[in-house]
Ligand binder design. Structure first.
Ligand code: FMN
Ligand code: EPS
Length: 371
């Protein structure tokens, strides 16, 4: 089972939800990067479980431990960087009734179809949202390197349970829109608990999530992410384009079912005159005045903000009785899920999306830089 991502910056994710630890190995991080371990721990903590009333009550400290890849000054030394997050609070008995009866919507049945019983079921095994811990850790390191290149990456909950946040002003590339986008990104960087730009929208979303939880149900939503500071000319056409690289990485996040760039699926209903981004000269250089393309044409960056949105499905582990099948007897079975589950992945996945986008962008910058 390969669990690796990237070309010049390669990340391998290992572990299961209830194994001793989860972790990552990163190859290709530029040497000489002074790692801010405090900032890295704070970034990983944004995703950690056990903190919010709508989240899993599985409390984990999620302190990242870098075990190789740094020199005595705490800088990347060029060797592969390996890092761990321990699993300290597992309760595998919660999964006893799921060993033979798969949860609708989770990966239990697909894993059984592939590995015929050898798969690790408790906690969702390698399919668990827990694996986004090391993904976030690797992404946090990529973010620190990108900061040295003048690139900033921010995401927010754009929509949750049908409630919308203020959208990021990234589809317009005017100086006024750029200033507004900078304000929005600064707001998201202020350490707020709920990652929306409009804090009122965040409060309404939180209420909607708690309402679903009280009804033993779960909710999905949309995460919107922007990368600014990228020069024009990064990426490669056809199979190594920015869209390809980002989509491959983002679909590695459990629950992500859709990814769109710029106007996304809306382009199907636009005319060319509405969708084209006209060019203008700014400071002696050619720039797109608008950004319906989401900062990418021909797989290559245009210099406008890189803009992506991901649709996340509702968590499959709902607490109501569901129809399933006992795979040992092939008889119908009624399933009641026990255990500690999130009501939505969307809120906790915001730093994961930032980290994964950072990994993809850093990989493209290193593999296919502007020539
Ligand atoms: C941050 C995060 C937390 C998650 N928490 C849970 C959870 O508590 N319970 C659950 O059943 N699934 C949870 N998931 C989703 C499952 O991991 C996911 O549905 C499963 O691996 C199947 O993959 P798929 O949904 O992409 O098909 C979470 C996902 C993420 C990203
Ligand atoms: C622990 C995390 O989330 C877990 C993700 C998850 C799943 O099926 O994805 C199922 C639950 O696992 P458990 O039954 O062991 O509590 C969540 O708690 C985490 O994200 O760090």
């Amino acid at each position: 089972m390969p669990s690796s991502l990237g070309c010049a910056l390669k990340v391998t994710i290992f572990g299961q939800s209830h194994s001793a630890a989860v972790g990552c190995v990163i190859e290709g991080l530029p040497a000489g990067l002074r790692v801010d371990q405090g900032a890295l721990a704070a970034f990983v903590a944004r995703r950690a479980p056990g903190k919010a009333p709508w989240g899993t009550p599985r409390k984990e400290p999620d302190v990242p431990r870098i075990v190789s890849g740094l020199n005595p000054r705490g800088e990347t030394c060029g060797a592969p960087l390996a890092a761990l997050i321990e699993n300290t609070n597992t309760r595998s008995a919660d999964y006893n009734n799921l060993m033979a009866v798969p949860r609708p919507g989770h990966a239990d049945f697909a894993a059984w179809a592939k590995w015929h019983g050898a798969q690790d079921v408790p906690g969702g095994g390698h399919f668990s949202g827990r694996l986004t811990g090391p993904l976030c850790l690797a992404g946090g390191l990529a973010l620190q390197w990108l900061a040295t290149q003048g690139v900033d990456v921010r995401a927010h909950v754009a929509e949750l349970a049908g409630i919308a946040d203020e959208p990021l002003r990234a589809l317009d590339n005017s100086p006024a829109a750029q200033a507004e986008l900078a304000r929005q990104m600064a707001a998201l960087a202020d350490g707020r608990d709920f990652p929306t730009i409009d804090e009122g929208a965040g409060r309404r979303m939180a209420e909607a999530v708690m309402d679903a939880r009280s009804k033993k149900d779960t909710v999905g939503g949309v995460i919107e992410c922007v990368a600014t500071g990228l020069p024009a000319g990064v990426g490669s056409p056809m199979f190594d384009g920015m869209e390809n690289t980002l989509a491959r990485a983002l679909f590695g996040i459990p629950t992500v079912k859709g990814v769109e760039f710029g106007r996304g699926f809306e382009v199907a209903r636009l005319r060319g005159t509405q969708n084209n981004d006209p060019y203008e000269v700014r400071d002696g250089t050619c720039v797109p005045a608008t950004n319906n393309a989401g900062g990418i044409l021909g797989g290559i960056t245009t210099g406008a903000p890189l803009h992506v949105r991901c649709a996340l499905k509702p968590i499959s582990s709902v607490m109501v009785e569901q129809d399933s099948v006992d795979l040992t007897t092939m008889e119908p079975a009624k399933l009641k899920i026990h255990g500690r589950h999130d009501t939505t992945a969307v809120i906790r996945a915001v730093p994961v999306v930032e980290g994964v986008c950072a990994l993809a962008v850093a990989d493209a910058l290193l593999a296919w830089p502007a020539e």
